[in-house]
Design a protein around this ligand. Structure first.
Ligand code: GUN
Ligand code: FE
Length: 450
């Protein structure tokens, strides 16, 4: 490949591309050509009748084109807007208690083990590989209160080439597992050190995120200091809000001076256009309006909400309020690390609201697909970089093979492309995700087995 005036393209693909636009939950583009430059940026997406002009302009030959077969297509990489990396060790177990008991019984004792870097390295390697293989090209991670192993998580993410936000968890209240908390001053100082050291690594696609665990784990002093830090350094923020009724009561009792949970974060400068809050099942209209006003986003984690019997988020109501929304696995409150599962549980969650006549309509599968891709990129403030195949964005993509040799679903001659796509979204898994790209670089299959 190559032309005298431009560096050669990294990839030219020809075939079917499926993605979302802000105005269209799903766009299916058959017979298209997509070019990616050596910086990982999409430089064209055009119909194949433009091939000659494109070849001239970009300096590629027909033999440089990778032709997809008719049972393959590309879709954007999925964005997990809320996942706890250390909880991956017990994912798929112990979702049998309500949130606050689940935290004290299983979660805090497990997270306390991440002082040990050998244990952390093993689990963090597994969670990054598992999520990437399942099509999560971007993840917004909670780690633990331990700065050094949180930096190790960032290093592992960079090594495998995933795009991510990584947060050192902050908590200065923990009555049930007192060894798993920090002093207010340590929490703030360690967060400053974490941000500084992570930024110094200059990983191209791994950024720090300020991470107060949630209201009940933090004093007002800690929340205020973290809000100031986020403001001073213009950083992203993540936390949990209004997940479960017990949590809500606790917040009311602990912070009586605030009108509501959202105000607790807002008054402490933690509700900004760079904030993503998980769950939000019980927000009032007033709180949703404040989210919208601030440009703060919500991470919808339906597997977790059902598994821990926390609540049901009314996604359609949130979207009507013009609040940005993405999907999250919330491993390990959610028992699956797969964003395809998050799409499926989003459908079930929305259906349940129609069954109980809360909503007159329900989300479509296309809308759930949009939330898992473009919606997630909007929630994390990355929609000018990723989320769909618009020219100028980076190529974060999944090559889907609907006839993989061990595919978990069957296709029949009556199935058209839309049927095949639905079967993949409802029934497919990592066996159908044959290649994963982040910023134009192929990151799955992995270069080394573990
Ligand atoms: N609220 C505070 N911490 C957590 C957590 O680890 N998981 C979930 N689901 N909710 C939380
Ligand atoms: Fe969570």
């Amino acid at each position: 490949m190559g032309s005298p005036q431009r560096p050669p393209l990294a990839h030219v693909f020809r075939g079917t591309f499926v993605h979302s636009r802000p105005s269209a939950p799903m766009e299916i583009l058959h017979g298209h050509l997509l070019g990616v430059d050596d910086g990982g940026t999409i430089v064209f997406l055009e119909q194949t009748d433009q091939q000659e002009q494109l070849a001239k302009k970009w300096g590629f030959k027909p033999s440089d084109i990778r032709e997809l077969s008719n049972h393959e297509f590309f879709m954007p990489g999925m964005v997990d807007t809320h996942i706890h990396a250390p909880q991956y060790s017990f994912t798929g177990t112990r979702v049998d208690l309500p949130l606050l008991q689940w935290l004290t019984t299983y979660t805090f004792p497990t997270e306390a083990k991440y002082k040990d870097s050998d244990f952390a390295e093993e689990v963090y390697t597994r969670v990054v590989r598992r999520t990437l293989k399942n099509g999560t090209t971007t993840a917004c991670y909670f780690a633990t209160i331990y700065t050094d192993t949180t930096l190790l998580l960032a290093e592992i993410i960079d090594k495998f080439g995933q795009r991510a936000f990584v947060g050192k968890v902050c908590m200065d209240i923990n009555d049930s597992v007192p060894q798993y908390k920090e002093s207010t001053a340590d929490s703030v100082q360690e967060t400053e050190r974490f941000v500084k050291e992570l930024l110094e690594k200059k990983y191209p696609r791994v950024q720090p995120v300020i991470t107060p665990r949630f209201g009940p784990s933090c004093t007002e002093d800690l929340l205020r200091a973290l809000g100031n830090l986020a403001q001073d350094h213009d950083l992203h923020v993540q936390s949990h809000i209004s997940e479960n009724e017990g949590e809500l009561k606790l917040v009311e009792n602990m912070f009586p001076a605030y009108q509501n949970y959202t105000e607790l974060y807002d008054k402490n400068k933690l509700l900004t256009s760079k904030t993503v809050m998980a769950h939000a099942c019980y927000l009032s209209e007033e709180e949703l309006k404040l989210f919208s006003l601030r440009g703060a986003a919500i991470s919808h984690c339906p597997n977790s909400n059902f598994s821990l019997c926390s609540g049901v988020l009314n996604v359609q109501k949130v979207l009507k309020h013009n609040v940005k929304l993405g999907l999250g696995t919330d491993v390990a409150g959610g028992y699956s690390a797969s964003m395809l599962d998050a799409i499926r549980k989003t459908m079930i969650s929305s259906n349940s609201l129609q069954i109980y006549k809360v909503n007159e309509t329900r989300l479509t599968l296309e809308e759930a697909f949009q939330l898992a891709t473009l919606g997630g990129s909007q929630a994390l403030g990355l929609d000018d970089v990723i989320g769909n195949f618009e020219v100028g964005k980076e190529f974060d993509a999944l090559l889907i093979n609907t006839k993989a040799s061990d595919s978990p679903f069957d296709l029949f001659s009556a199935d058209n492309f839309e049927d095949t796509l639905q079967k993949f979204l409802y029934l497919g898994d990592d066996r159908n995700i044959s290649e994963v790209y982040v910023a134009g670089k192929q990151v799955v299959p992995f270069s080394s087995p573990v």
